[in-house]
Design a protein around this ligand. Structure first.
Ligand code: ZN
Length: 154
């Protein structure tokens, strides 16, 4: 059994986020507020990976993420591998990808945008989402574009 497989299989019920680019790992830890979780968490970084040169893994017992949380992760780091483990078995395994539009997840960087003045949900079109590349989000109200990894998440 190789080491990578052990990391995934050592969990009974929970979530494994794999293939996280190393420079995004701690952003995602912070985004998901993992410091507040009481159940066991394993965080590994700078592991060798065939897909990207170095990767991080987050393994969390007894915690499952909502679509909104997964979309937030995908905005920062598309193509993170999302594994759901139940009874020591991987019951779901997919690469995260963004929908064509994200609503209420990202603040518009344009200070004059109506979404920063009115109590309303922001709405961004996901303009480009290439394999391994950061998505570009475009505000539906003011057309300001922002790189996925530079957004301010709400
Ligand atoms: Zn805007």
């Amino acid at each position: 059994m190789n080491k990578k497989k052990m990391l995934v299989e050592a969990i009974c019920d929970g979530t494994v986020l794999d293939h996280i680019p190393s420079d995004k790992l701690f952003k995602i830890v912070s985004l998901l507020q993992l410091e507040q979780i009481q159940s066991p968490i394993t965080i590994a970084n700078n592991l060798e990976s065939g897909r990207c040169k170095q990767k991080g893994i987050i393994k969390i017992n007894d915690r499952f993420f909502s679509e909104n949380e997964l979309n937030r992760i995908a905005i920062l780091a598309p193509n993170v591998r999302h594994n759901v483990i139940r009874g020591y078995k991987v019951v779901e395994k997919r690469n995260l990808s963004l929908p064509d539009e994200v609503v209420g997840l990202v603040r518009c960087p344009n200070a004059k945008c109506i979404t920063n003045a009115e109590p309303m949900a922001t709405r961004f079109t996901v303009e480009a989402h290439t394999e391994g590349g950061a998505p570009i989000l475009e505000c539906r109200y003011c057309s300001r574009k922002v790189l996925g990894e530079q957004v301010e998440l709400l």
